[in-house]
Design a binder for this molecule. Sequence first.
Ligand code: PHE
Length: 330
Amino acid sequence: MKALEEKILRADTLEALEAVRVEIFGKKGYIASEFAKMKEIPGPEKKAFAEGLNRLKAQLQRIYDEKREALKAEALEAKMRAEAIDVTLYGGRPNKGALHPVMETMDKIIDYFVALNFSVESGEMVEDDFHNFEALNLPKYHPARDMQDTFYFKDGMLLRTHTSPVQIRTMKSQKPPIRMIAPGAVFRRDYDLTHTPMFHQVEGLVVDEKGKVSFANLKAILTDFLHYMFGDVDVRFRPSFFPFTEPSAEVDISCIFCGGEGCRVCSHTGWIEILGCGIVDPNVFKAVEYEDVSGYAFGLGVERIAMLMHRIPDLRSLFEGDLRLLEQFR
Ligand code: PHE
């Protein structure tokens, strides 16, 4: 009895215990072989022998059951320990994309004007001479065409050099009043720290009955817009020239890097040029056959603004697709 009990208690795995079970309780096991001895036991002792054997069997069974439960619990414990997941471990982040800083800046600009009820128009990137130049008061051989180094196709078509042709397309397809912006890519033969051959502009145009649109309106909206974009900066309107506006102005903000003290970014002037604008030239209205109207227009470079807002020193880096740069804008 003691030896059998020991055997059960020494089994240290479920497999070992099973072997012991067969040895004790199996068809050819110890208990079975003891019962087989019954026929040799003399009649009067049979009962006592059988009772003793049954008691032993029940006792061993109880020890076996207890041991089996203990081993099962141990095995489950070990399995759980082996399969455990440490939820506090660093798991890494999913790789999420993000808007390119140029598009993010463009969206911010668009949001401002959409809130003021401007429609968002688009035109053609491959333009003809009429929409890109002629209708914008830039006749052939006009010296101001040199301001914009143009990519031409063999058939005389060209890549638009600014978004101003969208002014013409919108006015030709809609009646006044007009209150529009036109965001989009434009192209010029330029490549240096502050110029890439493709960049983005947002054009603006407001046209209404003669006398309803003034330079004061233009000045007010652009000043407010620049405060929205750059916060508390000084805004300066500087007389300039564009063939399609008269009078024309370029708009500067006080340098956001040095606060107007003068630094490398603002070429020690304290000012940074942000956009061009003006009152729509009568010749533009003539080209689109608009009469008795007045209007203002403006055009701004999106990369320039993105560059200033994010302090990116080389504009070309925006288009190199280098993830080390782009990842900083997530
Ligand atoms: N089209 C001009 C440019 O590309 C910007 C501009 C737009 C100026 C509208 C005045 C009015 O430089």
